[in-house]
Design a protein around this ligand. Structure first.
Ligand code: ZN
Ligand code: ZN
Length: 234
């Protein structure tokens, strides 16, 4: 098996050569210099929004109340932002192997949990993109922390891309966009929603509301990055 996995790694490296997300140096997903340029979120963190106390930028006031706790690897800036864009829009799916352990650390702060829940894509968008980044992340993390990935949600209508909208319009845009998969029994259970970036949190809050309406207890969120208005002040 060992030799088979070596062959697979070699093949993956040929098809998806690793480049540092920060400086494009070959052979690594992230070099040490770029890693040092953008510190992730390290404790002590705000118990609610997960923003480090050192930043003094608690985001609890602007975090939707349906989200119990939020944890992110770091700010949506620098190499992390670049890495997410390459992962999502430029075919670097293999980057999930780098993201997995980073996001797993964050999820460990949110256990115990009865499942990792990916944010579903509408089937049409899935066909365009070819994969669901949220589910791919959840799969990698689930293996590392030994928690099941549970596809509890379906997207019942297409929505406009949130990035083009203001905060209030984002809430309206995702209203009733999600529904519970039929026959999912989740009363009294705790979940962690998985996504790449949290901005205003309206998409994740819409997902959380569906789970809560079906009786879920705690619905927390783990993302790679968190958009903070003051990220440039880091
Ligand atoms: Zn670099
Ligand atoms: Zn906070």
């Amino acid at each position: 098996m060992k030799s088979l996995s070596n062959v697979l790694n070699f093949a993956t490296e040929l098809v998806y050569p690793r480049h540092c997300a920060g400086c494009r140096r070959r052979g690594t997903w992230l070099c040490m210099a770029c890693d040092a340029d953008l510190p992730g979120f390290t404790p002590p963190l705000c118990a609610g929004c997960g923003v480090p106390a050192a930043l003094r930028r608690c985001q609890c006031d602007s975090t939707p109340s349906d989200l119990s706790r939020v944890r992110s690897v770091g700010p949506y800036a620098g190499w992390l932002r670049e890495a997410i864009i390459r992962f999502k829009y430029e075919g670097e799916w293999a980057r999930a192997e780098h993201f997995g352990p980073l996001l797993a650390q964050v999820v460990l702060d949110l256990v115990p949990s009865h499942g990792l829940v990916p944010v579903p894509l509408h089937p049409r968008r899935y066909r365009q993109r070819g994969f669901n980044q949220s589910r791919l992340l959840a799969e990698h993390v689930g293996r590392l922390v030994d928690i099941d990935v549970r596809d509890l949600l379906v997207r019942q209508r297409m929505t406009d891309p949130q990035a083009r909208l203001g905060a209030a319009a984002r809430v309206v845009n995702v209203e009733d966009a999600f529904a519970l998969r039929r026959d999912a029994a989740i009363a009294g259970q705790d979940f962690v929603l998985i996504d790449d970036v949290i901005t205003t949190g309206s998409t994740l809050a819409a997902c959380a509301k569906v789970l809560r309406d079906a009786g879920a207890r705690e619905v927390s969120v783990a993302t790679l990055a968190r958009e903070i208005e003051t990220a440039s002040a880091l």
